[in-house]
Design a protein around this ligand. Structure first.
Ligand SMILES: [Zn+2]
Length: 645
């Protein structure tokens, strides 16, 4: 079916068992968001209930439409992932019982399955002066329902779920034909949200290869590959292949440069390349990723500013939506699978340990909507679109843990066993069992034990920040981001070391940030997310917006941060002064044993900043620091943290 073979084959769900601090977090989230009475009771019920209330049609007096439509699908995508990862037969039976009742109760005979009672309510009203307010998420939400049905089928083999998905696909094709509209003419953000149904549509096509599904997928790709689109968002592939920054692609960037939707769409374009071999599609996704890495990587190592692409690299008030972290990781994962290049794994690792984990509440039950670079706390996900137990971000969180677990290691096309991430884990690959121990990346020293059923090659990823990996005392330089170790059949243990001297990274910002000067060309209204949202749900953040650029410090894949939980004073933590672009600093981080009593950070160090440039006075500063995740993840207005130095 696929024209392109992936460069690596992921382990099956459940073949990677995460241990250590990240494993505990994964287990807590599974317990809380999948297996708890709360998750299987009121949380599930509220998602299904929205298909009866049809609140989405007109949530605020007819001004727009809501997105309760996405929650049943997102909820069941997480349950389907849990079936794969735990192989819990009783839970699979519970999921199928729920899904079958759901299909029976809510899918219309023509296949339509949505929270929107008005089947043909597919579009905003572009003629309205209030255009921006007329949201419509009918197809966006159907995307998640369709996707969940496909994944429930994959996880269990259930035919009824697959037939329901097929009926949804048939209905969508017939509806668009009947109405004479294209996918990109529907939904919010100039069609981008609807176009993102591309990914599950291709997945459905692999299981039910109907020509009309493929034709609809192809139309969705071709629609954005025009030099001058009929609408501002319709030339995404053309724009991606240009050198114009993403933030300049749209006349109304504050409206259309929407990170979650754009990355969701390009994930589908990547899968279109996998299905068809369309080289231009892959080139466009690679180019899009490069735009995001160069222009939009924020200091928490995710992509975007608030929930948009507006030049995040140059922002001095970092903010990133958790959904965007989830999809930055998914997009990077697709490109790793398709190209085998380790730079995508570097991006995943840094996004996961920093932006992602910081956004997960410590008990695993909820998460942040916006993760920020400094202040008192992230913006905990607020009640959204009429729901009380669902929000776009927490409903997405578990997918990243599944994606992470399925990226930790892989089997290469040549049969080599590849290990990508080194946090404690037990891994089963065809022909080998692998154990990782040593608390990487808090520790520079860690070890890998492999029990190989046959002779083979073990390939270890060496991140870009590490020049080499020391294997049993022998420094080894990577080729193509990896070192290869021949392994005879039997049991072997390798002592591994990667040096993690702290790195001072200057800001890309040229000067002070004018925090309200993103201007939509159409409206000429200056806006800025910093100004709008710095104190959103967090009034104690008043006065904590930065204006001046500062540097960040990374140690291995971790962003280091000051903060109350690291033992830094509030004055030092929130100090606006900076060592940015001051050359000659030398950095050392020594492990700190005197940890906070009630919430010990994962990793804590004393950071020594020394400046001894000849002719200058010798300066030495000692700053207590910890990993950004640990100091920032608690939802407490009295907390304080900052990753700026
Ligand atoms: Zn979200």
């Amino acid at each position: 079916m696929n024209s392109i073979s992936d460069k690596a084959i992921s382990p099956l769900g459940g073949d990677v068992h995460l241990l250590g601090r990240t494993g505990e977090m994964f287990d807590r989230m599974l317990d809380s968001r999948v297996f708890s009475d709360h998750a299987m009771g009121p949380v599930y019920d509220e998602a299904e209930n929205s298909f009866s209330t049809h609140w989405d049609d007109s949530p605020d007096g007819g001004k727009g439409a809501g997105w309760q439509n996405e929650y049943w699908g997102k909820t069941m995508l997480c349950h389907a992932g849990a079936i794969r990862h735990t192989r819990d037969a009783a839970h699979a039976a519970w999921c199928l019982d729920k899904a079958h009742r759901f299909i029976e109760a809510h899918q219309r005979p023509n296949g339509y399955l949505s929270t929107y009672a008005q089947e043909d309510l597919l579009r905003q009203h572009p003629e309205s002066p209030d255009f921006e307010q007329h949201w419509c998420f009918n197809i966006w939400g159907r995307k998640y329902t369709l996707w969940a049905l496909v994944e429930l089928h994959r996880a269990t083999g259930d035919e009824l779920c697959l037939r329901a998905a097929e009926k949804m696909g048939d209905h969508l094709v017939a509806q668009l034909r009947r109405l004479g509209v294209a996918l990109g003419d529907t939904g919010s953000w100039a069609g981008i949200s609807s176009l993102s149904i591309l990914r599950p549509l291709i997945e459905l096509y692999r299981l039910v290869p109907k020509a009309e599904y493929r034709e609809l997928a192809e139309a969705a790709v071709r629609a954005t590959d025009v030099s001058e689109g009929p609408k501002p968002a319709m030339n995404l592939i053309f724009d991606a292949l240009s050198d114009r920054p993403v933030a300049s692609w749209f006349r109304k960037p504050m409206h259309l440069s929407k990170a979650y939707e754009l990355m969701s769409y390009f994930e589908g374009v990547a899968d279109w390349h996998r299905l068809t071999g369309d080289r231009r599609a892959l080139d466009a996704v690679v180019a899009f990723w490069n735009h995001l890495y160069d222009e939009e990587l924020n200091p928490m190592r995710s992509a975007g500013y608030f929930d948009h692409f507006l030049g995040a690299r140059r922002r001095v008030n970092g903010m990133t939506e958790l959904c965007d972290v989830v999809h930055w990781i998914r997009l990077s994962r697709e490109l790793w699978l398709l190209t085998g290049e380790t730079k995508y794994l570097d991006a995943i690792e840094e996004a996961f340990y920093n932006a992602f984990l910081a956004g997960v509440s410590p008990d695993g039950s909820w998460g942040a909507h916006i993760i920020r670079s400094h202040g008192t706390r992230h913006v905990a996900a607020p009640a959204q679109t009429g729901m009380t137990l669902h929000q776009c971000c927490p409903d997405n969180m578990l997918r990243t843990f599944f994606d992470w677990a399925e990226t930790v290691a892989a089997t290469a096309a040549d049969g080599a066993w590849e290990v990508n991430f080194f946090s404690d884990a037990n891994i089963a690959l065809p022909g080998a069992k692998i154990e990782l121990r040593g608390n990487y990346p808090i520790s520079e020293n860690f070890r890998l034990r492999i029990v190989a059923e046959r002779a083979g090659t073990l390939r270890l990823r060496v991140p870009a920040w590490a020049k080499e990996i020391v294997v049993d005392g022998v420094a080894t330089k990577p080729e193509g981001g990896r070192v290869s170790l021949p392994v005879a059949a039997g049991e072997h243990t390798f002592a591994l070391f990667m040096e993690m001297t702290p790195r001072l990274i200057d800001s890309a910002a040229e000067g002070p940030e004018e925090i309200d000067t993103v201007t939509d060309l159409d409206t000429q209204k200056p806006k800025g997310y910093t100004k709008q949202f710095m104190t959103w749900y967090t009034p104690e953040m008043e006065g904590l917006a930065r204006r001046t650029p500062a540097a960040t410090v990374m140690r291995g894949p971790l962003v280091l941060a000051k903060g109350r939980l690291a033992g830094t004073s509030r004055e030092e933590t929130l100090d606006f002064n900076s060592v940015n672009r001051q050359r000659g600093w030398c950095l050392t981080a020594l492990p700190e044993k005197r940890l906070a009593k009630n919430a010990a950070p994962w990793g804590a160090w004393t950071l020594y900043l020394e400046h001894g440039k000849s002719g200058c006075e010798y300066v030495r500063r000692e700053i207590p620091v910890a990993d950004f995740w640990s100091v920032s993840c608690i939802d407490d207005p009295d907390n304080f943290f900052s990753l700026w130095f």
